[in-house]
Design a binder for this molecule. Structure first.
Ligand SMILES: [Cu+2]
Length: 339
């Protein structure tokens, strides 16, 4: 069908079928309502047409009728809402085992950075059957990452991260569009999502071997001087907090609030350190705004995340992190696809 009706692209992710089902349901219910209303108009127009000798008389309301034509449609609409909310929450909640890929949008291209170190422009290679989480930001204006075949779209904003996750089901090449008007070449800001069988993907990955993103981050962490304050060798001695195990954990702030150290928190800590001061520390950290670019920032974030994964519970060993296979809280190896 999709060949004849390009508005309905091939479904190629686990989410696509659900979105389509909801969409068809909306179409059917709206179609049915439209048909009923037109039918009623036609039937009543004929039934109560002007006939010589028939007198018109006013009907003064009917509570039962009014309540039922309000309450019944209300419950029908509620099914849209509930079904839509279920899909929305699933779409907004990346699974814990997802492989992370960083996306930087700029006028007018998509830059992709895999955790394993591969860089791509306007192409994203992914394997089938694996959850992929995109961590996205923009270098300039608002863009939007849109993959019709996956039925997914997410705005990409400057100055913060937004995320998107999917699991591709069918090998192939799928359109990627920018879906937010972003300047002269907006219409050319596209690309391809290349979905491959896991074994082909492993080969592709092995082909372009380069420095894993957290390794790049680790080197930056040393060269930018972060490691002079954030020390893991001397427990509690550094001028800044030990960053091992920080990611995704609650952090107590000086002003009494507690926040979760998600990607946006780590990002903000680097660019605007005084925005949230960690309880028990002085606001001595300099800002790195204008010093690190978005690619370097992603590498630093990936490095800090890798620290969290390797040292859950036990004291951290040196600047460890990559020596150990990254594990999820449940102890399951992550990124099993490619080593
Ligand atoms: Cu754009």
């Amino acid at each position: 069908m999709s060949n004849y009706l390009p508005l309905w692209p091939d479904p190629a992710s686990t989410m696509a079928g659900q979105v389509d089902a909801l969409y068809i349901y909306l179409l059917l219910v709206s179609g049915l309502m439209t048909a009923l209303i037109f039918l009623a108009v036609a039937v009543l127009a004929i039934k109560y047409r002007r006939v010589p000798g028939r007198d018109a008389h006013q009907i003064e309301g009917s509570t039962i009728l009014e309540v039922s034509w309000s309450v019944i449609p209300f419950f029908i609409m509620l099914t849209f809402f509930i079904w839509g909310a279920v899909i929305f929450f699933e779409e907004r909640t990346p699974p814990a085992d997802a492989t992370e890929v960083y996306v930087v949008a700029k006028q007018w291209m998509w830059k992709i950075e895999h955790i394993e170190g591969q860089h791509e422009i306007n192409e994203l290679h992914v394997p089938t059957g694996q959850n992929i989480k995109l961590i996205m930001t923009s270098q300039d204006v608002i863009h939007s990452f849109y993959i019709p075949a996956f039925r997914l779209k997410q705005d990409v904003l400057p100055g913060r991260y937004t995320t998107l996750w999917f699991k591709a089901t069918k090998p192939g090449r799928y359109h990627l569009f920018c879906a937010e008007y972003c300047g002269t070449m907006h219409s050319g800001m596209g690309g391809d999502i290349v979905v491959m069988e896991p074994q082909d993907y492993a080969l592709w990955m092995a082909g372009g071997a380069s420095n894993p993103l957290p390794e790049t981050g680790k080197a930056l962490f040393a060269s930018l001087g972060c490691s002079t304050c954030h020390r893991s060798d001397v427990q509690g001695e550094g001028r800044g907090p030990d960053l091992a195990g920080v990611y995704n954990k609650p952090v107590k702030l000086e002003d009494g609030r507690t926040v979760i150290a998600d990607e946006n928190y780590v990002r903000e800590s680097i660019l605007d350190p005084t925005a949230k001061i960690v309880s028990g520390f002085k606001p001595v950290m300099p800002t790195f705004q204008g010093i690190v670019n978005d690619d370097q920032l992603n590498a630093l974030v990936a490095y800090i995340k890798s620290l969290a994964q390797s040292s859950s519970g036990q004291p951290s060993q040196g600047t460890a992190g990559l020596e150990n296979q990254p594990t999820t809280p449940a102890g399951q190896p992550q990124n099993v696809q490619v080593q």
